[in-house]
Design a protein around this ligand. Structure first.
Ligand SMILES: Cc1cc2nc3c(=O)[nH]c(=O)nc-3n(C[C@H](O)[C@H](O)[C@H](O)COP(=O)(O)OP(=O)(O)OC[C@H]3O[C@@H](n4cnc5c(N)ncnc54)[C@H](O)[C@@H]3O)c2cc1C
Length: 394
C-alpha cells in the first residue's frame, strides 16, 4: 500500500494517510483502528518483529475491571468489548478468565479504590478465598476483593493478532526500520534507516524510546524507563499451583510500596509469575547491563513476600526475564497532541498497566489523529499537566 516511488537500490519513498512509529501493543492498535477507518497506514518498527526489547513481549498480562482510578475503571468495559472483537476476528483465544484477587489492609487507598470500582458483594471471606486460591496465605486483617472478570491476556499472541488484522485491512508494517528524523508540516516527512515517508498525520508510540523520538521536536516528557525483573517461582510440590488459580494484586505492603502481582503458572509448567510493580531506572539501550555489586534489587523483596503469602513456592526465582515500564510521575498515560504540531499525536507513559487498555488507547489515538471526538474524557492524559515540557526555543 502507500504511493510507492522507490527506484531499485534507492531508499523507499512513499505517501500514506497516516504513519505510526512503534509496533508495540499501543502503536499496533492505533494502526489497526486507522485501518478499520480505511486510512492507508504505515506502521514503523526499529527492530525485526517479534522482538523482546520493549514492553509488549512475553506471554501474559493481567486484565481486570478492578481499578483504583475511576477513569480507567470506566474504560475497562469498552476494552473488554474490543478484546472480544479482536478475538472473534482472529479466530483464536487471547483472554483466559481466571478471576483476580485484590488483597490488602482495609483502608488502603488502592484497595478501597478497587472496591469502589467493583461495587458491593465482592469481598471474599477467608474460607472462600482459600477454596478459590489454593496456597495463598493472607495476613490477619487483610481484605480480599474478588474481580470475576479478571484474567490473563496472551500478550505475544495478542500482539501478533492485532498486527495480522491490521495487515489484512490493507495496512503496511515495516520492521527493522528505525525512525531517524521527523520533519513537521501539514504533510510530515519521516525518514528511517531505509526510506522516506510522507503523511498528513503521525502517531508516536515509541515506548521507552519516546523522548529520543520527540526531543528533536522540542519536547521533553517526564518519562522514566524502568527495567522490570520478571520472576517465575517454582512450586515446592509439583502440581500444587495449577494454571487455574486466579491472578492477584497485593497492596499496602510496607516493604513493597508499589505493590506485587501474580499470575498462574501458564508460560512455564509449575512456575508461577510473581513480580514487583516497579523496577530500576534504566536506559532502554542498556536494559540488561547490571553494574557490578548491584544485583537485581527487587528479588529479595519478592522472596520475602513469597515466604509469607505463598509458602508453597520456593523462595528464589527459577527463571528471570526483563521487560520495560515507562513511568510518568503520576502513573497516568500520556495521550495527547504535540503542543506545537497538532497533527502529531503522542501515546506514552503507560506505567506498567497499559496492555489491558491498548484497544481503547489505540482507538483514542486514532480519534485524536483524525480530529474525531474522543470516546473517553482525555483530561487525565493531557501533556499540559506537566509544565515546562516544551523547549523554549520552539
Ligand atoms: C513485566 C511487565 C508486566 C506487565 N504487566 C502488565 C499487566 O499485567 N497488565 C497490563 O495492562 N499491562 C502490563 N504491563 C504494561 C504493558 O505491557 C505496557 O504498558 C505496554 O506493553 C506498552 O506498550 P507500548 O506499545 O507503549 O511500548 P513498546 O511495546 O515498548 O513499543 C514501543 C515500540 O516502539 C519502537 N520504537 C522506539 N523507537 C523507535 C524508532 N525510532 N523507530 C521505530 N520504532 C521505534 C520500539 O522498538 C518498540 O517496539 C506490563 C509491562 C511489563 C514490562
Amino acid at each position: 500500500m502507500g504511493t510507492d516511488m522507490a527506484a531499485p537500490g534507492q531508499p523507499r519513498c512513499a505517501s500514506y494517510d497516516a504513519i505510526v512509529i512503534g509496533a508495540g501493543i499501543q502503536g499496533s492498535f492505533a494502526a489497526y483502528h486507522l485501518a478499520l477507518r480505511h486510512r492507508d497506514t504505515l506502521l514503523l518498527e526499529q527492530f525485526f518483529l517479534p522482538h523482546s526489547r520493549g514492553s509488549s513481549h512475553g506471554q501474559s498480562r493481567i486484565i481486570r475491571s478492578a481499578y483504583p482510578q475511576e477513569h480507567y475503571a470506566r474504560m475497562m468495559p469498552h476494552s473488554f468489548h474490543l478484546w472480544q472483537q479482536l478475538e472473534d476476528e482472529a479466530g483464536t483465544p487471547l483472554y483466559r478468565r481466571t478471576g483476580l484477587v485484590v488483597l490488602g489492609p482495609a483502608g488502603d487507598p488502592e484497595l478501597e479504590g478497587c472496591r469502589r470500582s467493583l461495587g458491593p458483594g465482592d469481598i471474599l471471606d477467608e474460607g472462600t478465598l482459600t477454596q478459590r486460591f489454593l496456597g495463598l496465605h493472607p495476613r490477619r486483617g487483610d481484605v480480599a476483593l474478588w474481580d470475576g472478570s479478571g484474567g490473563v491476556l496472551q500478550a505475544d499472541r495478542a500482539l501478533r493478532a492485532v498486527q495480522d488484522a491490521f495487515r489484512r485491512r490493507g495496512g503496511t508494517v515495516r520492521d527493522g526500520e528505525k525512525v531517524l528524523r521527523i520533519d513537521p508540516g501539514a504533510v510530515l516527512t519521516v525518514t528511517t534507516t531505509a526510506g522516506v515517508y510522507r503523511a498528513p498525520r503521525l502517531i508516536i508510540t515509541a515506548g521507552a524510546w519516546t523522548n529520543a523520538v520527540v526531543a528533536p521536536l522540542g519536547l521533553h516528557l517526564p518519562l522514566q524507563p524502568l527495567r522490570i525483573d520478571v520472576c517465575y517461582w517454582k512450586e515446592k510440590e509439583p502440581g500444587s499451583c495449577s494454571a487455574v488459580t486466579p491472578c492477584f494484586i497485593a497492596t499496602g505492603l510496607p516493604y513493597a510500596p508499589h505493590g506485587i502481582y501474580g499470575l498462574p503458572a501458564l508460560e512455564y509448567p509449575g512456575l508461577v509469575k510473581v513480580c514487583y510493580h516497579y523496577g530500576s531506572p534504566t536506559d532502554p539501550e542498556e536494559r540488561d547491563r547490571t553494574l557490578p555489586g548491584s544485583p537485581r534489587p527487587h528479588v529479595a523483596l519478592l522472596s520475602n513476600f513469597i515466604s509469607s503469602y505463598l509458602p508453597g513456592l520456593e523462595t528464589q526465582p527459577a527463571v528471570m526475564e526483563s521487560c520495560l515500564y515507562t513511568n510518568t510521575p503520576d502513573e497516568d498515560f500520556i495521550l495527547d497532541r504535540h503542543p506545537k504540531y497538532n497533527n502529531i499525536i503522542i501515546g506514552a507513559g503507560f506505567s506498567g498497566h497499559g496492555f489491558k487498555l491498548a484497544p481503547v488507547v489505540g482507538q483514542l489515538l486514532c480519534e485524536l489523529s483524525l480530529g474525531e471526538k474522543p470516546s473517553h474524557c482525555m483530561a487525565p492524559f493531557a501533556i499540559s499537566r506537566f509544565p515546562g515540557v516544551l523547549c523554549a526555543s520552539l
